[in-house]
Ligand binder design. Structure first.
Ligand SMILES: *Cc1c(COP(=O)(O)O)cnc(C)c1O
Length: 370
């Protein structure tokens, strides 16, 4: 069986030096030495040397989005525009922050909620903030969202959960990243918020620790969303091998791309794939998606529908979200025609050749039947 995803995480031996540091420090959570080491290394290696006082590590990507939204101090129930084509955590964070998700359709090429779509909806729905999603780890255009912010004055929190190292930062926007094992920089569990300024970052840090202020008083209801020293240890060990991980990953993407060309495979890939390596290789087939899924499975190859169903298709979100599209034309097409192909660093070249050759055989047979 070839699974559609297997994380590429550090082995025990690579963790040991960092675990020994924890033994020596006798410090296990609450912003310890490894927390500060990890934040410094992420700033230097993944975020173009951004000032570390704009960063906060938290316990997950979901809590990163939720706390970023809480730091905006919006009125209870205020409407937040986001996309129907995302991982459910985006919408759960909005609801758990006491806000109301308004769901938009997506752009047909990059599969994002874009500033153009947002501009059409902000006035119509009395929107108070926007949460665009960097779908499948492909970066959103920070520059055009910064222009949107300047034009509308609406805060923008980018769910860039799977886009660390792809997503560029603009100092007017807030970014939430995930450090889950399945994301580009895995720590097991973890999250990262990038803020426009240090006071917002420090508010989020306090909120992640029950809301405690320096004098042990509490002014705002917080939560426990801290990243432990043990998780930071894994993140640090992972950063030591990040170059190698990224090299392997882009080798695998290029192998797929050249085989798609070789087989003249008729697939639509996500805009931006020329320049960036995505977290998931999600491709659209104009026809026969269900059949392709079955034929791959018969040959022991697992593929997946992702961001499926659309958010409004989950019972939990049927009566607490507001649709901002009549028919979600693009989102419906992308979510029903797409499959995430096996895409991870444990694949062999042979695995990829088998996968593409099965797709090609099925599609050619179908074409001849027409
Ligand atoms: C993974 C992911 C999340 C959730 O991150 P966690 O760290 O698992 O909480 C949110 N949004 C998107 C788009 C994701 O891919």
């Amino acid at each position: 069986m070839i699974p559609y995803f297997i994380p590429d995480m550090p082995k025990t031996e690579a963790l040991i030096p960092y675990l020994k540091e924890i033994d020596n420090n006798l410090w296990y959570s609450n912003f310890g030495p490894l927390y500060h080491q990890l934040i410094q290394k992420i700033a230097d290696n993944c975020l173009d040397n951004i000032a570390t006082n704009k960063l906060t590590l938290v316990s997950s990507g979901t809590s990163a989005i939720e706390l970023a939204l809480r730091s905006l101090n919006l009125p209870a129930g205020a409407k937040v525009l986001t996309t129907s084509f995302t991982f459910p955590a985006t919408v759960e964070a909005i609801i758990n922050a006491g806000l109301t998700p308004v769901l938009s359709d997506i752009n047909k090429n990059n599969w994002f909620l874009t500033p153009e779509i947002a501009l059409r909806n902000t006035k119509l729905h009395n929107i108070a903030a926007v949460v665009p999603v960097a779908a499948f780890g492909m970066p959103v255009c920070s520059e055009s969202w910064a222009n949107f912010y300047k034009k509308t004055n609406l805060p923008v929190v980018i769910d860039a959960a799977a886009a660390l190292m792809n997503q560029s930062i603009n100092e007017n926007l807030i970014y939430a990243f995930s450090l889950h094992a399945t994301k580009p920089l895995g720590a097991g569990e973890g999250g990262l918020v990038v803020c426009p300024n240090k006071s917002q970052a420090s508010f989020i840090r306090k909120m992640s620790n029950f809301g405690f202020e320096a004098g042990r008083t509490i002014n705002n209801v917080g939560t426990n969303a801290k990243m432990s020293e043990y998780h930071c240890a894994v993140g640090l060990a992972q950063l030591d091998r990040i170059k190698e991980i990224k090299q392997k990953n882009s080798f695998i993407l290029n192998k797929y791309k050249s085989l798609f060309e070789q087989h003249h495979l008729k697939v639509q890939t996500q805009a931006g794939l020329e320049s960036f390596v995505p977290a998931s290789l999600y491709v659209l087939f104009e026809h026969h998606t269900d059949e392709l899924f079955e034929r791959l499975l018969e040959q022991g190859i697992e593929s997946r529908r992702l961001y499926w169903p659309l958010i409004q298709g989950f019972p939990a979100f049927s009566d607490n979200t507001i649709p901002a599209s009549l028919n979600f034309k693009n989102a419906n097409r992308v979510s029903s025609q797409g499959l995430a192909l096996p895409f991870h660093n444990h694949l062999t070249e042979q695995d990829i050749e088998n996968t593409v050759s099965i797709l090609s055989t099925v599609l050619n047979k179908k074409a001849q039947q027409l």
